[in-house]
Design a protein around this ligand. Structure first.
Ligand SMILES: C[S@@+](CC[C@H](N)C(=O)[O-])C[C@H]1O[C@@H](n2cnc3c(N)ncnc32)[C@H](O)[C@@H]1O
Length: 234
């Protein structure tokens, strides 16, 4: 099996396991609540006749569902894209449960294959997903699409893992990180500054995190510096 196929299989296993084991907003998992930075951004979006939002790698709707509820009284449409069938199926079920199925358009697709139309979106989210894109060229191409896909005054919010290390919990041995795009925080900032050079930087933070994540044969420890990066198109 090629390395990229191995990585994709491994991440599919870990996400499918999460989405099967935990319900949306279940306590004690990362699905427990939406990302606070995302919720804080919502009051900054200019509310016009219609609001268009794109959630890349949306999962089961941890952020999309609260956003849809926030904009319930507005003409809002959220395009929510995920590569996993199970994520989009559960997203649709949760949208019905929370009464926001008219607002969320679930799309099963890889981000690489999903073309972002120009000047369409007021808000684009890429929360914990950029590191899963096929390679750095795809990532760069997608960042340019995000730049062009935002309307004027539109906001993009990125959260991603940088400086990733994976270790065996049993032996403490260093493992090859199961992510397609590996970059340092500095490399990430450099790339963002280049692509979004005319944008206003609203937030940039770096936070050390340690997680345990299920892989095919064992649960591993992942150490990462999580970057939060929020920008606004002038
Ligand atoms: C860590 S989860 C984050 C989910 C969601 N953004 C959240 O904050 O709850 C990453 C998600 O990205 C999806 N994903 C991974 N690679 C992808 C790709 N190339 N295209 C689309 N979705 C992808 C996974 O299926 C998974 O649902």
């Amino acid at each position: 099996m090629k390395e990229i196929d191995k990585i994709r299989k491994s991440e599919r296993i870990s996400h499918e396991m999460m989405y099967t084991k935990y319900d949306l907003f279940a306590k004690g998992s990362w699905l427990e609540k939406p990302v606070q930075t995302v919720i804080n951004i919502l009051s900054m979006i200019e509310c016009k006749e219609s609001i268009n939002i794109l959630d890349l790698g949306c999962g089961v709707g941890r952020n999309a569902i609260p956003i849809a509820l926030y904009y319930k009284e507005y003409n809002c449409m959220i395009d929510a894209v995920d590569i996993l069938d199970i994520a989009i199926k559960k997203l649709r079920d949760y949208s019905i449960y929370y009464g926001v199925d008219n607002t969320i358009n679930g799309i099963t697709s890889s981000i690489e294959d999903y073309y972002i139309s120009n000047h369409k979106y007021d808000l684009i989210l890429a929360i914990s997903v950029l590191e899963y894109l096929e390679n750095m060229d795809f990532l760069l191409k997608k960042l340019y699409e995000i730049r062009d896909g935002l309307k004027q005054n539109g906001i993009a919010c990125f959260i991603c893992n940088s400086n990733i290390e994976e270790k065996s919990i049993l032996t403490n041995q260093q493992l090859s990180p199961q992510f397609e795009c590996l970059f340092s925080d500095e490399e990430f900032y450099e790339m963002m500054a280049k692509v979004f050079e005319d944008f206003e930087l609203l937030k940039r933070t770096l936070k050390k995190q340690v997680y345990t994540i299920p892989r095919e044969n064992e649960v591993v420890k992942m150490e990462t510096d999580v970057v939060t990066y929020v920008i606004k198109k002038r």
